[in-house]
Design a protein around this ligand. Sequence first.
Ligand code: PHE
Length: 338
Amino acid sequence: TQYTAEINAFSTDHADELEQFRIKFLGTKGIIKDIFDEFKAVSPEEKRTLGKVLNEFKQLAEAKYQSLKDLTEVADTAKDSGLDLTLPGEGFEVGARHPLALVRREIVEIFNKLGFIVAEGPEIEDDWHNFSALNFPEEHPARDMQDTFFIKKGGEKGDIALRTHTSSVQVRMMEAGKPPFRAIMPGRVYRNEAISARAHCFFHQVEGLYVDENVSFADLKQTLFYFVQELYGEGTKVRFRPSYFPFTEPSAEMDISCTICKGAGCQMCKYSGWVEILGCGMVDPNVLENCGIDSKKYSGFAFGMGIERIANLKFEIKDLRLFSENDARFLKQYKTSL
Ligand code: PHE
């Protein structure tokens, strides 16, 4: 036991000290050899119990020697190469979430609380799901309004294009199921616009759809009012202005009181105190019928917003291009928001 304690306490990173240890315990004239010599003289009964103890002791000494040997070898190479192993390591960087991902998650969480689920659909769409089912008449200028990237002419459900909005997911959802529907559709959409600080050829949307019996415009207003209070804080004002979309009737655009200048006037709200954040309206009965839903029994509302716009207001980002340039100096700033 005295030796066990000595072995346990022993430590070194000098090769010569370790060699002394080896000679003392494990050498051909070492302690362990001596003990095993004495062991030969004891009675067979004692051998059984003592043998186990001795073997363990030997293994302990050997294990200690091996582990210290590895250590001294590393220390030796380090000394040879001038490495200082006691210096702290180099530290590594943890990534940050993209600001658009942060805002999308926040939007999704707010609508989840109201019972909206998340629905997704393809980015490459046919004319039916992106336009016709949504009540865009053939050859109607409203189709140009959206600056579509076309991919292929013709096809079973019309021309193939990159979706210009995620309203196409609403159509897919209604075609595939039965009311009630209560879902939001986040996703990337594409429009053929020149890239500048205020426009891009793609951006991200969250659209929403609620279809059931007796859904009214009051439900729409209250839902969006709640959403804005959650997202921008209580006391944020909203106002609705009449607008036009082929797939909703009546249609509106919703403004919120500018979250940056609080109404005092700034560049973001063009000194009006209000910023537009989304389009909305009551789902046009034609759209419901196009998707196989009885428009006499059911009504619904829909809305759609650009995530970039929401993020611009939240983080005071003035140039849309920052979102897609992958500049680490920009992206790093959102680290704390993980
Ligand atoms: N789809 C419209 C757009 O992309 C937004 C919208 C959705 C408006 C739903 C009204 C209702 O601009």
